[in-house]
Design a protein around this ligand. Structure first.
Ligand SMILES: Cc1cc2nc3c(=O)[nH]c(=O)nc-3n(C[C@H](O)[C@H](O)[C@H](O)COP(=O)(O)OP(=O)(O)OC[C@H]3O[C@@H](n4cnc5c(N)ncnc54)[C@H](O)[C@@H]3O)c2cc1C
Length: 245
């Protein structure tokens, strides 16, 4: 696909954040959206390298609330977007082997329950009863939520990209953003390896590279320290997920 001359918004980065933003902006009626990804394929940055774990079990209110917003979206993803993302609700069982962690677990479960997430607090015996084939002599407490599980991150990205394209989003890969023209404090254009697109709005969704994109527009924030130095992909599809303290 050719790079258009103008766009109402240029989204930089075709990982889950950029793809989701493109979809949701188009769904809300925004026109002339351009999504740019430097690699040949979308979702090959951090998104394509993660373990694919999703969960309600968090220790802060903001994270629990974000899960309450995002996981129902994953549950209805196939129906709304038309893409199966292989959401396996295998449940996460977290195991505590000392009193400090057990107290933290109790606090976390109280927080989650207060917010409407039905995570269960387990005793050491409950943990052993659930997993009789595992040696858990030292377990003194546990937590379990059946809706925690794993999802295919690439399916999520490609689902969002395809659905966005159907609504007119121009999603262009192999488009490396190399510069952003700013004048009088406002964005005017984005330079790429495929040419220039004039725009008054940029959404920086470049993940670990977001700091580099920010620098192009004269905006500094410390997020690109590790860009280009990612560890090898971890692809664990084991289920259930068990975390040992
Ligand atoms: C279903 C799912 C499950 C997850 N599970 C886990 C988990 O278990 N554990 C965990 O730690 N995290 C998990 N994550 C989060 C994941 O690890 C990442 O944090 C997240 O996917 C980052 O998305 P992103 O779009 O911000 O960044 P990225 O996926 O890195 O996307 C940024 C994109 O920007 C592009 N880009 C960069 N520079 C340029 C440029 N100059 N021009 C054009 N394009 C550029 C890159 O090539 C890249 O594709 C999960 C995510 C999903 C979707």
């Amino acid at each position: 696909m050719n790079l258009p001359n103008t766009a109402d918004i240029v989204i930089i980065g075709g990982g889950v954040m950029g793809a989701s933003a493109a979809y949701h902006l188009a769904k809300r009626g925004m026109k002339n959206i351009v999504l740019l990804e430097k690699e040949e394929f979308f979702g090959t940055g951090a998104t394509g390298r993660c373990a694919g774990g999703v969960r309600y079990q968090f220790s802060t209110e903001i994270n629990v609330r974000l899960s309450q917003e995002s996981l129902p979206m994953i549950e209805r993803f196939k129906e709304e977007i038309g893409q199966d993302v292989n959401y396996i609700q295998c449940g996460y069982l977290l195991v505590a082997t000392n009193e400090k962690d057990a107290a933290t677990f109790k606090h976390n479960v109280e927080l989650q329950n207060r917010l409407g997430v039905p995570t269960q607090l387990l005793s050491g015996d409950d943990v052993r009863a659930r997993l009789p084939l595992m040696k858990f002599d030292d377990a003194i407490a546990g937590t379990f939520n059946q809706k925690d599980g794993i999802v295919d991150p690439n399916g999520v990205v490609m689902g969002y990209v395809s659905a966005a394209q159907k609504m007119g989003v121009q999603a262009i890969s192999k488009a490396n953003v190399t510069g952003i023209t700013v004048s009088d404090g406002e964005v005017r254009a984005v330079q790429t390896s495929l040419g220039e697109v004039q725009t008054r709005m940029v959404l920086n969704a470049a993940g670990p590279w977001a700091g580099l994109i920010g620098q192009m527009a004269g905006v500094h924030f410390p997020s690109s320290r590790f860009a280009g130095k990612c560890s090898p992909p971890i692809r664990s599809r084991k289920c259930p997920q068990i975390f040992h303290s």
